[in-house]
Ligand binder design. Structure first.
Ligand SMILES: *Cc1c(COP(=O)(O)O)cnc(C)c1O
Length: 360
């Protein structure tokens, strides 16, 4: 069978050249005589892989020297707990902007360890916009301020970051890491599960300002303490070796594509193609406030559930798969992460045009 255009929200497409390289090296990596899957994480070959992965990540995201990079496990969801456990140092209090389920979950986890203060929410309109933030609502005594940078389920993203002053800004970048240029200096901590934009499931990337590492709350397990992993360069225990290796190959691919800046231009072009079509169409329409539209996740609807179902079914049989919207939202969603080629989006739009003509 031929490869399809996979619009899955995650795990999602990987660049074909990366998969082909993995295939080539799968059984025997370099001169090691074994697969990366069979290798000791203390071996010279693997040490080189993890060090190269970090080096490339630092270069591509322009990560300053006073930030630690960690390759962890447990997905983005484990970070929802790890962050309060490690950052609730002074007042056990954090501010949250509730822009969807992931932000809500992060706030719920934090509230187990202290106060999770919701400064703004877009729940009133099914999270279809990023709420306007007023600095006077922010807690000056918060240990951190938390945002979900790109909201995977609802298709919104911040185009302007909140000014939190001395309060460290923490951002979940699970669905937009390396999709657009970010100024790491503006954040205290950034984290992302790899499976949307940079690799297979299994590795979670944490980028953390060094001065924020340190004593977690009492009785925090060793494995949930950032200091454990920071001190041991992510080799305290066995890391997700194979996932880190594939992520490294994805970083190399991003570099070849012109780095994050190059990828961002491609992503803006891709998103533009689909949004322009949605804006012009009389059958399909986008669901998100214009200024807050995500470059990565594009939710859209028709005005009938029947037509939505028919569209998803016909799209699938034409090789455009996983276009069904999140179960809490319905409709459709095209996730067009870094690995989705421009042709994938162009062909999808062609197909949508045809569907629109045929079903008028
Ligand atoms: C997918 C996703 C998560 C959850 O990630 P897991 O690795 O499955 O725990 C968290 N936040 C955002 C923004 C996501 O897109």
């Amino acid at each position: 069978m031929e490869r399809v255009y996979n619009f899955s929200a995650g795990p999602s497409m990987l660049p074909l050249p990366v998969l082909e390289k993995v295939q080539k090296e799968l059984v025997c990596y370099g001169n090691s005589g074994m697969s990366v899957m069979e290798m000791s994480h203390r071996s010279k070959d693997f040490e080189e892989i993890i060090q190269d992965a970090e080096k490339l990540l630092r270069e591509l995201m322009n990560i300053p020297d006073n930030y630690k990079v960690m390759f962890l496990q447990g997905g983005g969801s484990t970070q929802f707990a790890m962050i309060p456990m490690n950052l609730f140092k002074k007042n056990k209090k954090a501010d949250f902007v509730k822009t969807g389920q992931w932000a809500k979950k992060a706030a719920e986890e934090a509230s187990k360890f202290g106060t999770a203060n919701i400064v703004a929410s877009s729940e009133d309109k099914t999270y279809s916009y990023i709420p306007v933030l007023h600095k006077e609502d922010f807690s000056k005594d918060a240990d951190y301020f938390y945002i979900t940078y790109n909201n995977t389920i609802y298709g919104t993203r911040y185009t302007e970051l909140p000014d939190t002053g001395d309060v460290p800004l923490v951002a979940d970048i699970s669905s937009n890491i390396m999709s657009e240029v970010m100024d790491v200096n503006k954040f205290g901590l950034l984290f992302a599960g790899a499976q949307k934009n940079v690799g297979p499931a299994g590795v979670t990337i944490v980028i953390m300002r060094e001065d924020l590492i340190g004593e977690p709350i009492d009785k925090t397990p060793t494995m949930l303490t950032y200091e454990t992993h920071a001190k041991n360069n992510s080799l305290y225990n066995t890391p997700p070796c194979f996932a880190i290796y594939v992520a490294k190959l994805v970083f190399e691919w991003i570099k070849e594509m012109g780095g994050v800046k190059g990828i961002q231009a491609i992503n803006e072009n891709k998103a533009g193609i689909i949004y322009d079509f949605l804006d012009a169409s009389t059958m399909f329409k986008g669901t998100v406030a214009y200024k807050d539209r995500s470059l990565m996740n594009v939710p859209f609807i028709t005005d009938s559930d029947e037509l939505n179902a028919k569209f998803i079914k016909e799209a699938t049989s034409n090789g455009f798969v996983n276009l069904k919207g999140h179960r809490t939202v319905g409709g459709m969603r095209a996730s067009i992460y870094n690995a989705m080629p421009v042709e994938g989006v162009e062909k999808l739009v062609e197909f949508m045009k045809k569907f629109e003509t045929e079903n008028k």
